[in-house]
Design a protein around this ligand. Structure first.
Ligand code: NAP
Length: 298
């Protein structure tokens, strides 16, 4: 079968696109590598999305998924490994190839690593990129959070409610996070902020036993939560030549990449604002552009 539209990724951008495409009568298929909701599944609090004064990432992910199932939008849990351009695009997964006239890439971003020795081996053994998944495992213990953006501060506030003490390690003396979040963090009695500080070493072979900061200061922490930004997920796009040097997809005002009929939305694209609300809206706009082209048959 040749679909009108294949959407890669079911985070807010992919779901936004899927809702508009399906309601406009397109024959659409969604492909998601992990769980519907994307990064929402790893975010603790969400209090800046319309209609949800206070919710959690996983709760919002469930709502999005319910909208997908209620609209009977077809989806498969499959990891896309390659997309081939052309009038009919081929979307390769490990064990299956799907075809479509149009594609919307909404594959989002993944957590950036610190790049320290033994970091990969210690994931889930004291290195975490997901507070909502792992913080409860460190009840009563001392932990560290690294980063100075909204993610690091928001997640440090959440973690501080569960553990004994949080060291917030930031490489500069100014945060890029929203002022309100920073003030909320500073008001917590069990948070110590280390400015102008970098994690330089991870101690422990099979389990994190501590960290070294700025080359000589040892902190006995049971976990290091790393929130130093994100990078695009799109290894599968390398053959298409539609990304910048960092892997972000470059799109025009209709969210089309330079490959005709291949659109992109959400955290996967190069843009200024990376928010749930912008991702959802970009998905909707991209889908409506595809609807227009399908209806006009061009
Ligand atoms: P971010 O804004 O890119 O911040 C990354 C932080 O990590 C920065 O403070 C950066 O330091 C630091 N950093 C980067 N590489 C580092 C390294 N190798 N070692 C130590 N520190 C390093 O990332 P984010 O906080 O994940 O946010 C991503 C986007 O999502 C942003 O647009 C953010 O506003 C948005 N977001 C919004 C909300 C919300 O609205 N509530 C919540 C979460 C995320 P420097 O400051 O020195 O560069």
């Amino acid at each position: 079968m040749i679909y009108d539209l294949i959407i890669v990724g079911l985070g807010p951008a992919g779901v936004g696109a899927a809702i508009y495409a399906k309601r406009s009568g397109l024959n659409v298929l969604c492909l998601e590598a992990e769980a519907p909701g994307g990064l929402l599944n790893k975010i603790n609090t969400v209090d800046n999305y319309l209609g949800f004064p206070h919710t959690t990432g996983p709760e919002l992910a469930v709502q999005l998924f319910q909208q997908i199932t209620k609209l009977e939008i077809p989806y498969k849990i499959k990891k896309v490994t390659e997309i081939e351009a052309g009038e009919i695009k081929k979307v390769h997964c490990d064990d299956e190839v799907f075809e479509a006239k149009y594609i919307i890439v909404a594959s989002g971003r993944k957590a950036r690593k610190l790049g320290l020795k033994n970091e990969a081996n210690l994931v889930n053994k004291g290195i975490s990129y997901c507070a909502i998944c792992d913080a409860a495992l460190y009840k009563g213990k001392d932990v560290a959070v690294v980063g100075g953006g909204n993610s690091a501060i928001e997640e440090a506030i959440y973690i501080a409610k569960l553990v004994n003490k949080v060291y917030l390690i930031h490489r500069r003396d100014e945060f890029r996070a929203d002022e309100k979040l920073v003030n909320d963090l500073k008001a917590l009695p069990n948070v110590e902020i280390l400015y102008n500080s970098n994690v330089t070493e991870l101690i422990g072979e099979d389990k994190l036993e501590g960290i070294i900061v700025n080359g000589d200061k040892k902190l006995d922490v049971a976990c290091l939560f790393t929130y130093v930004g994100y990078e695009p997920e799109g290894d599968f796009l390398s053959e298409l030549g539609i990304t910048d040097e960092k892997g972000y997809i470059i799109v025009d005002e209709n969210y089309q990449s330079k490959a005709d009929g291949i659109y992109a939305a959400g955290d996967a694209i190069l843009k200024k604002v990376y928010q749930i609300v912008t991702a959802a809206s970009e998905g909707a706009v991209a889908a409506l552009e595809v609807v227009r082209r399908v209806k006009n048959n061009k």
